[in-house]
Write a protein that binds this ligand. Sequence first.
Ligand code: NAD
Ligand code: UDP
Ligand code: UDP
Length: 317
Amino acid sequence: MKRILVTGGAGFLGSHLCERLIRDGHEVLCVDNFFTGRRRNVVHLLEHPYFELMRHDVCFPLYVEVDRIYNLACPASPVHYQFDPVQTTKTSVHGAINMLGLAKRVKARILQASTSEVYGDPEVHPQPESYWGRVNPIGPRSCYDEGKRCAETLFFDYYRQHRLDIKVVRIFNTYGPRMHPNDGRVVSNFIVQALTGRDITIYGDGQQTRSFCYVDDLIEAMVRMMETPAGFTGPVNIGNPGEYTMLQLAETVLRLVGGRSRLVFKPLPADDPRQRQPDIALAREKLGWTPTVPLEDGLKETIAYFRRLHEEEGLPA
Ligand code: NAD
Ligand code: UDP
Ligand code: UDP
């Protein structure tokens, strides 16, 4: 049994991670400022004797005693991270410094939830971890991309300079229950639109591609990464290599939900990557991991979640 801190633990991925760690018999301290996370995501864990929820902003120091830190705190969707871009960079950078300082003081192992966005709009497909990326430093996505890149830099400098036991995973687009209904992500948008009978909004020509990993697969990989031998730092890509165009995704969601939504085309946002697909050879080799949930199965679970949410509290108009 370990004492595990999960920052951003009330968010989409964090809540699944807390659930998993509690199930594995650990003591979990969930820290979140509720910027995009919600109590609802972890309310079912609150009665558990080994679960604790703490409202705290990782931009400020945190003094607790733990064995492991999963650092997930950071808004992840463009709508949310562009709402207050300065705060987004601060969360990534000051948050990383504080959590690394904490890890250093208590000698905890620390894992950073980095992102495929560190590759920017890549000119290499699929992207291996050795690719340095093509990122615009001054665009509307930069607060997130560069914040996450700087956090990786900090992790590797604490590793080299202070011998910290670090792990870095680069997460590719992940979906599943407890995604935000109004965070503007393509999977949640399409499902909400289909469930409420509104037009499905395709940005650009819909030929850009993404790869979508189901949340359970992702959490499994994160936990495996955390438990790799000391000295193995990553970064390791985690994602599902299955690549789909946004048009294909829209058609699949529409077929699974049913209803009468039409597809409409809207302008493509600035700096929107054309193609993104993980190279997961390293995860296969080092974690013995490969994603197992097919897109349609994961979409069905996600649709069921949004249906329940629609019945219980309504979906955003
Ligand atoms: P999310 O927005 O649901 O979760 C982020 C959580 O962090 C929220 O609960 C939020 O309230 C909290 N938070 C934000 N700023 C904070 C701060 N200053 N102090 C404390 N808590 C703070 O997003 P998610 O999809 O669950 O993403 C979790 C992590 O995984 C993020 O770091 C994100 O960058 C990374 N990631 C996610 C994806 C994805 O597809 N979901 C892809 C790549 C990387
Ligand atoms: N910190 C923290 N919790 C701790 C230890 C440190 O939040 O248990 C913060 C501390 O506020 C500091 C940061 O982590 O700003 C970096 O710590 P480090 O020891 O690396 O640097 P220093 O304190 O020397 O600036
Ligand atoms: N997208 C879309 N319609 C939407 C929302 C997003 O066509 O309603 C597109 C978006 O332009 C991008 C892709 O879907 O090309 C994935 O967008 P998302 O914001 O989910 O993830 P990211 O761009 O960060 O990979």
